[in-house]
Ligand binder design. Structure first.
Ligand code: FNR
Length: 357
């Protein structure tokens, strides 16, 4: 089978994964309005392409937090990769190391942070953090990722409670007994088996989290802190005032508040407010290289893909994730060239029909 675009991987995954697994990955909250709008919003944006600019050489490299990556696309944190491929996050880590981009490992990985680091010793990695009611659990995992060379903490703030995903309820979705949320092996009496849904207070995500916890994290670690799940200029301003190093504009792939905005639609007001004081990333609905170009033109430093990486895993493990990233890379480079951009620094808002937004 020749894989031409990311949708081909989606089709493959849908056909080959068990239905409950597919449903879990695909899920959005409630009526999936926001999940679907994440993609549709890109289709409403138009370029203002430039011509005759000698695009014989295109340089797709950029940096995040000062580290060079091969192109401005990384892997968003998603749970339970072993459901898609037997090696799980180990395969994802290998693929991102090979392509030289950033992998944000999820708290809910089915491989431990140690296994992920060992699988790709030269990979560039951040760790995605949820805060537990029992802060000692959070502190312990922070110490582990610091020691393992993860380069930033991505604090996910849009899950005080889990969004209502109808098919997961219908399917009574939970991890099969042979899989574990490996990061907590031996730490919980009763380790979680379904993302963000557990029994005992100690291992429940803390719905009381607030900006005070950002300061608490800063008192605990010297790792850069990136807040994931910001959708308004007000919260972006608060993030800057609290001294974090970056934000990810994200609605959790439409899995949390249904009826919230598409993440790409939030980018302009946030970029205008932040004014370059910290780095702004985004995720949600990236399916083509021209989507990447639009997000970078609207001011994102880098974008992250969630579901497409899982489809790649389901297709062929690390080879599949590599192929997904390679296709996005090639499409991004082609879109750059066809719109007259020779390098990432040349991509800016002038490339977009802004008055239409
Ligand atoms: C997620 N997401 C997520 N985010 C996070 O911070 N921690 C997590 O453990 C998870 N888990 C997770 C599982 C699955 C199956 C999905 C689809 C998503 C959200 C994820 O990081 C990202 O915001 C979205 O996936 C981006 O949207 P796309 O690229 O899937 O459209």
């Amino acid at each position: 089978m020749t894989m031409v675009c990311l949708n081909d991987f989606e089709e493959y995954a849908k056909k080959h994964l068990p239905k409950t697994t597919w449903d879990y990955y695909e899920a959005g909250a409630d009526e999936c309005t926001t999940r679907d709008d994440n993609l549709l919003a890109y289709k409403r944006i138009r370029f203002r392409p430039r011509i005759l600019r000698d695009v014989s050489i295109n340089d797709t490299r950029t940096t995040v937090l000062g580290t060079e990556i091969s192109f401005p696309v990384g892997i968003a944190p998603t749970a339970f990769h072993c459901l898609a491929w037997h090696e799980g996050e180990i395969a994802t880590a290998r693929a991102t190391e090979a392509v030289n981009t950033c992998y944000i490992a999820s708290t809910y990985a089915t491989c431990s942070v140690e296994e992920i680091a060992a699988a790709a010793p030269n990979g560039y990695r951040w760790f995605q953090l949820y805060l537990y009611q029992d802060r000692k659990l959070s502190e312990q995992i922070i110490r582990r990722v610091e020691a393992l060379g993860y380069k930033a903490l991505v604090f996910t703030v849009d899950v005080p409670y889990t969004g209502k995903r109808r098919n997961d309820i219908r399917n009574q979705f939970k991890l099969p007994p042979h899989l574990k949320v490996k990061n907590f092996e031996g730490m919980f009496q009763d380790p979680p088996t379904s993302q963000e849904v557990y029994g005992t207070p100690a291992n429940t995500l803390d719905p009381s989290i607030s900006w005070k916890d950002v300061s608490w994290l800063q008192s605990l670690t010297r790792l850069p802190i990136i807040i994931k799940g910001i959708l308004t200029k007000e919260d972006a301003e608060l993030a800057v005032e609290h001294g974090v190093q970056g934000i990810i504009v994200s609605n959790h792939g439409g899995r949390q508040l249904d009826g919230g905005p598409a993440s790409i639609d939030c980018l302009p007001e946030i970029v205008d407010t932040v004014q370059g004081r910290i780095e702004i990333y985004m995720d949600g609905g990236i399916r083509t290289g021209s989507d990447v170009l639009k997000a970078i033109a609207l001011g994102a430093r880098c974008v992250f893909i969630g579901r497409p990486a899982i489809w790649g895993l389901a297709y062929k493990g690390d080879e599949g994730v590599k192929e997904v990233l390679q296709i996005l890379h090639d499409e991004f480079r082609l879109s750059m060239a066809l719109s007259g951009c020779r390098n990432v620094a040349e991509i800016n808002r002038n490339l977009i029909q802004f008055s239409r937004l």
